[in-house]
Design a protein around this ligand. Structure first.
Ligand code: PLP
Length: 434
């Protein structure tokens, strides 16, 4: 086994020289490749990284704040089980996610969101003891009231409000004129009056999730302070006892090398003074920032070729497994685990010291992980590994398009039980983009 060659100009998080987690990831890939029959394609998840990240976030939160994990980011049963001991509950957006949450942790608290809830969703969530239902419209509120009444229950609800002046933060905007989520703020008086008229509705407060992938810690803390101030004023105006302010998720990850990451320490300093009225639960429901760093997507190089003077590495995998880079149209950072075995009696396709496009196995020109990224060496049979694949990787991918086999899922053994890493050379830094 030769050295590990990172290919991206800057090593992605978890890939620095001597990084213990990366060494464990690479060792698990080598072991899985030797044990398997066909070319390797796998997600690798590290539960310790996920747990550590949850603990680090929790340590920054002042009292009064609850930390929920947004299951949509990564619903692998082992990830849910690992996080269930670190968070106050799970945010779910379907009955399927609710069932996964309960399977991982039978008494877990759940918050149920989603722009299009069916009657069956509402009924199922109430029967399963949901802690908070985020309401998206007057019609949904009426249906919740009716279903709760039939069940003899009182539905705990928060109104999801699309505010007049939503923050301009993050990569994905989920509030404002172009977003389909939540009640228009202008409808708030109607919604509060409607809720008051139903004995089966317990109106607890507001839900204000507004964006995803914000990497500015100061701006995020300001957003939370603003959510709280708005909720307190709005509750006073409507003579509501404010018991919940759910600020949603949205803390982000920099996928592009060279950009600065979310500064958790700074966030902790800024959020320290942000507390609500007594007995008001303040909620963060984080997905991406909790698990992005806990996952890697590994795919073996099937072929290396040149067309019209451009170099391509074709992987046994693609956007049907890991759609994030093509969906966001960024060049995802990657590393390579070199594999010296070569089973064929003819020469091995390779690229050396060239910019290369790393692409998937699908019949679509959109199946691209990274374009024109400089590689020292990349050969058919090597394994390309994409870090920061733990959030919105497998979960958002159209996995059955073209009916290729699904990837394997490898869970790293606890580091105290890990085998010493054999046959792996030191991680070295790559060269700059051409
Ligand atoms: C209602 C709600 N809460 C939380 C999240 C998690 O967001 P993020 O992964 O950006 O933290 C989402 C993501 O879309 C969401 O829709």
């Amino acid at each position: 086994m030769a050295a590990l060659f990172p290919l991206h100009p800057l090593p992605p998080p978890g890939a620095d020289r001597g990084d213990v987690t990366w060494q464990r990831v690479a060792a698990s890939i080598v072991a899985a490749r030797s044990a398997g029959s066909g070319p390797l394609c796998a997600y690798v998840y590290d539960l310790e990284t996920a747990r550590r990240q949850a603990q680090a976030i929790r340590a920054t939160l002042p009292s009064g704040w609850s930390l929920f994990y947004a299951v949509k980011a990564n619903a692998h049963p082992d990830v849910l089980a690992a996080l269930s001991g670190e968070v106050d509950g799970f945010e779910v957006a379907s009955l399927g996610e609710m069932q996964s949450a309960i399977s991982a942790s039978p008494h877990v608290s759940t918050i149920f969101s989603g722009p299009g809830k069916t009657d069956a969703d509402i009924d199922g969530a109430l029967r399963r003891g949901v802690q908070l239902l985020n309401v998206e419209s007057l019609h949904e509120l009426r249906r919740i009231a009716l279903i709760a009444e039939r069940l003899g229950a009182r539905a705990p609800v928060a109104l999801r409000v699309n505010r007049r002046s939503p923050p301009e933060l993050g990569f994905h905007r989920m509030a404002g004129p172009s977003a389909q989520f939540g009640l228009d703020e202008a409808l708030l008086p109607d919604a509060v009056e409607l809720a008051r008229g139903y004995p089966s509705i317990d109106l607890l407060g507001f839900h204000l999730h507004a964006f995803s992938n914000n990497t500015d810690a100061t701006a995020h803390a300001r957003f939370l302070a603003d959510c709280l101030a708005w909720s307190v004023t709005t509750a006073e105006r409507h003579r509501l006892v404010l018991r919940v302010v759910d600020c949603g998720g949205g803390i982000g990850v920099n996928y592009v090398a060279g950009e600065s990451p979310f500064d958790l320490k700074q966030f902790g300093a800024e959020i320290a003074g942000i507390t609500g009225p007594p007995d008001t639960m303040l909620v963060l429901e984080l997905g991406r920032y909790m698990v992005a760093q806990a996952g890697w997507y590994a795919a073996e190089v099937l072929d290396v070729r040149s067309t019209h003077g451009r170099h391509f590495a074709v992987l046994r995998g693609g956007m049907h497994h890991f759609r994030l880079p093509s969906a966001w149209r960024h060049d995802h950072p990657f590393l390579v685990v070199p594999v010296d075995d070569w089973p064929y009696p003819f020469s091995r396709p390779e690229a050396r010291n060239v910019p290369i496009d790393v692409v998937g196995e699908l019949c679509t020109p959109r199946d691209v992980f990274a374009r024109s990224t400089y590689v020292e060496t990349l050969r058919a049979g090597d394994v390309v590994v994409f870090p920061l694949a733990g959030a919105y990787g497998w979960e958002i991918s159209h996995r059955d398009f073209l009916q290729h086999p699904h990837p394997k899922f490898l869970i790293l053994p606890a580091s105290s039980n890990a085998e010493p890493t054999k046959g792996l050379g030191p991680v070295t830094r790559g060269s700059a983009d051409l």
